[in-house]
Design a protein around this ligand. Structure first.
Ligand SMILES: Nc1nc2c(ncn2[C@@H]2O[C@H](COP(=O)(O)OP(=O)(O)OP(=O)(O)O)[C@@H](O)[C@H]2O)c(=O)[nH]1
Ligand SMILES: [Mg+2]
Length: 344
């Protein structure tokens, strides 16, 4: 399934039903009086975060969503039926933007969260409502109020616990495949991964979600290569795994290139806990390994882990370190209970 992380959708809430003008007319009953019922309320447009979804693919096939109109009021004081709401199910982690793509209307971070995007119009009052001591036979009723319409942009930010960053070909997808059931495409050319991939990793008896994103190259923040827009997917991670290709020319420089891009991207990415690991250790001679580790240590300011996703050596250590970093961050940065931005 193709990963789709943006969709433009048109929604419209239902119109309110009109109020009714009617009078009670029965044989032998004089002055029956007004009995026009009120119109029903139009349906709302609701967006709800649900589990079990991880793309916005459904919104590629249907882009118009309209709630039902309220029914008109009727004689004999009958109230019109309310229009049914329409509910759009999206994966948790979906943000809803206005048509401009910049104004955040709502942020659905947790399963079960819901937000009313467009309220249905109220039904109009029937003439029975306008009866008073001075006007006992009102001949007017209110029309229903129109619904609201708007175009929104849904944007999905995956909520992974940790994200793998690194240059293209660093072995990110290979690592994800080694530690999870995910089967990302792996090949010895840059930009094999074009869409973020998620895997569930078992670490220390607990599970966490790891995201593999396309490689970053120098200038990614200016759009070079695949750009840095995929970093949006790891913005909410609690920790980063920075993989540096041991078979590359200079592990220290490779590390710095990626750090520069993380800093240029902003959004707090550079400040996240980072596990640094030198990859493809199996392909290096002991002397090369020592040299690359020393370079990387100098650049990162701490001793890197050494890993080979091909042989599995060092993999448990990396998983443990990640799991620990996630736990620590989880306790340190508890998100506010209600992280939802809200709009009328
Ligand atoms: N010898 C060895 N080769 C590896 C190891 N991990 C990855 N490779 C190889 O390195 C190449 C790139 O691996 P990928 O996992 O596709 O790299 P990536 O970082 O996901 O690359 P992009 O998606 O292009 O950014 C592939 O040919 C892998 O087989 C390893 O631990 N040892
Ligand atoms: Mg890849």
């Amino acid at each position: 399934m193709k990963f789709l992380d943006e969709a433009k959708v048109y929604v419209r809430s239902g119109d309110g039903g009109n109020g009714c003008v009617s009078f009670r007319r029965e044989k032998f009953i004089e002055f029956g009086g007004p009995n026009g019922g009120d119109g029903g309320k139009g349906g709302d447009v609701i967006v709800r975060a649900v589990g079990g979804l991880n793309t916005l693919i459904d919104y590629r096939y249907q882009q118009h969503f309209k709630a039902k109109n309220g029914r008109g009021g009727m004689g004999k004081d009958r109230h019109g039926a309310n229009g049914d709401d329409i509910v759009l199910d999206v994966p948790a982690g979906t943000q809803i933007y206005a048509e401009d793509g910049e104004t955040l209307l709502a942020d659905l971070t947790d399963v079960g969260q819901r937000v009313v995007l467009a309220r249905g119009g109220n039904g109009g009052f029937g003439n029975a409502h306008f009866k008073s001591s001075t006007n006992r036979a009102p001949r007017h009723a209110n029309p229903g109020q129109p619904g609201e319409e708007l175009t929104i942009r849904l944007r999905l930010k995956l909520i992974a616990d940790a994200g793998i960053v690194g240059l293209p070909n660093a072995g990110k997808s290979t690592f994800l495949a080694a530690v999870s059931a995910a089967r990302p495409k792996i090949a010895d050319y840059p930009f094999t991964t074009l869409h973020p991939q998620l895997g569930v990793v078992e670490g220390n008896g607990r599970e966490f979600v790891l995201a593999d994103i396309p490689g970053l190259i120098e200038g990614a923040h200016e759009g070079t290569g695949l750009g840095d827009r995929f970093l949006g997917h790891v913005e909410r991670c609690r920790a980063l795994l920075h993989l540096v290709d041991g078979t590359g020319a200079h592990a220290g420089k490779a590390y710095e290139t990626v750090r520069t891009e993380l800093e240029a991207y902003g959004h707090g990415l550079a400040g996240k806990p980072e596990i640094v690991a030198l990859s493809k250790a199996d392909a290096l001679t002991p002397a090369q390994l020592r040299q690359q580790v020393a370079r990387l240590e100098r650049a990162a300011g701490k001793a890197p882990l050494v890993v080979s996703a091909a042989t599995g050596a060092g993999v448990p250590e990396v998983v443990r370190a990640l799991s620990k970093a996630i736990d620590t961050a989880r306790h340190a940065q508890r998100p506010p209970a209600s992280a939802a931005a809200w709009h009328p």
